[in-house]
Design a protein around this ligand. Structure first.
Ligand code: SF4
Length: 393
């Protein structure tokens, strides 16, 4: 066992994303999140005084390397989306650093930049949202939607925007002639392709995908995941991928960070995490994979109790009221995130001695239940790119 900077990657890493590509990108980190905190004040009384804090993100650290997909996973309210929003400064962190290595080589702390300094940085950092229906303006056609960030960044020539939008539509598996159509004419999968095209318009290096396929049908999810993987490889993108579904995380990630009540419970290369989980919560999440909705608390089979309240977390290990392995010190001592094996970080007092169940192969392992995404789906990236049945107006 050794102590290293929490969230850093192992020097020599192997992994398996189920796609034949075992290598995990190394090199200097593109993003370094250090001791990130986001607390929301609770107010009460006649004068609306601050009477408490919701510790949505509470001392989280991790790296994302160039060309790497790091996933944040956990139940609703674990802090994964808040973390992602702090990384992009869609929310102002309460404390901590978000160090981003810009294209010019300079590292900046996103958490401390002024608004005017953030704007040029957003060329390099973009977000893909969960809801492809709500995130597209129904009154604008695809040329306006995808071309808007280009215009904002100074591409004032309409022809130049049309050329770039055509290129982007091609890139995401849609026909360039669709640029004059409106969002209502497209299916959910096609709209998500539009959202992705817009996010890629300014050639970002880091893409934060917040539950990017959660709102889609399972068959379409596979196609969009394939597209995201394809784009990541072709453009050497880095993803911070936020999801509650472990089967999706397994399919696309180089490494996975499991969050519980605002903290990282475990962070490891994907294959290592799924085969040899070291935190009881990770193992419990894996047992919940076969159920229809892993985000539902009741899906955590075998675990008593509710997710801890981040406004009033339990003492010691936040997980102790639900943990079947809890002992006395778990109730009083807060476990620190520490490195048990190269790149495998765990926050559990008993991590060395516990022998927990993993699910090495999501397709046929574990309980034998069918998994939606064990390996890269066979469907081509542009499988849902045909014109929608209803046709454009
Ligand atoms: Fe369970 Fe104790 Fe480990 Fe927390 S520290 S996960 S309560 S064994």
């Amino acid at each position: 066992m050794s102590e290293t900077a929490p969230g850093s990657a192992p020097a020599e890493r192997t992994d398996h994303r189920g796609d034949g590509d075992d290598r995990v990108p190394g090199g200097p980190p593109l993003l370094q999140v250090r001791n990130l905190k986001k607390h929301f004040p609770i107010t009460g009384g006649f004068f609306q005084r601050v009477v408490g804090q919701v510790r949505a993100v509470d001392d989280v650290s991790f790296d994302v390397h160039e060309g790497e997909i790091l996933s944040l996973v956990g139940e609703s309210g674990c802090g994964k989306t808040t973390t992602a929003r702090c990384v992009l400064r869609a929310l102002d962190p309460t404390a901590g650093e978000v160090l981003f290595r810009r294209a010019d080589g300079e590292t900046v702390d996103v958490a401390k930049l002024r608004e005017s300094e953030l704007r040029p940085l957003w060329r390099e950092m973009q977000m893909i949202f969960q809801d492809p229906f709500g995130s597209l303006n129904p009154r604008k056609n695809l040329l306006e939607i995808i071309g808007e960030p280009l215009y904002v960044q100074g591409v004032t020539s309409r022809q130049a925007r049309m050329d770039r939008v055509a290129e982007l539509l091609n890139l995401v598996g849609l026909r360039p002639e669709y640029m004059h159509r409106f969002p209502h004419a497209f299916s959910g999968g096609q709209r998500q392709r539009v959202v992705i095209a817009r996010a890629l318009a300014l050639e970002p290096r880091l893409v934060v995908a917040d539950e990017a396929v959660s709102a889609l049908d399972v068959s379409v999810q596979a196609q969009i995941l394939n597209l995201l993987l394809d784009l990541q490889r072709r453009l050497n993108l880095s993803y911070l991928f936020v999801a509650h579904d472990l089967s999706i995380v397994k399919h696309i990630s180089h490494r996975v960070a499991v969050m519980y009540v605002g903290k990282i419970a475990e962070l490891a290369p994907t294959d290592d995490l799924f085969r040899r989980p070291k935190h009881p919560y990770t193992s419990a999440l894996m047992k919940a994979v076969p159920v229809a909705d892993p985000d539902h608390r009741a899906a955590l089979q075998g675990l008593p109790g509710e997710v801890a309240n981040p406004a009033d977390p339990p003492s010691g290990c936040y997980f102790h009221p639900r943990c079947p392995f809890a002992e006395e010190r778990c109730r009083t001592e807060t476990p620190q995130l520490r490195e048990l094996a190269p790149g495998h970080h765990v926050s559990c007092h008993r991590a060395e001695e516990l022998d927990l169940d993993g699910i090495g192969d999501l397709e046929s392992g574990g309980d034998g239940a069918e998994r939606p995404f064990g390996r890269a789906p066979a469907a081509p990236a542009s499988a849902d790119a045909a014109p929608p049945a209803e046709g454009p107006s």
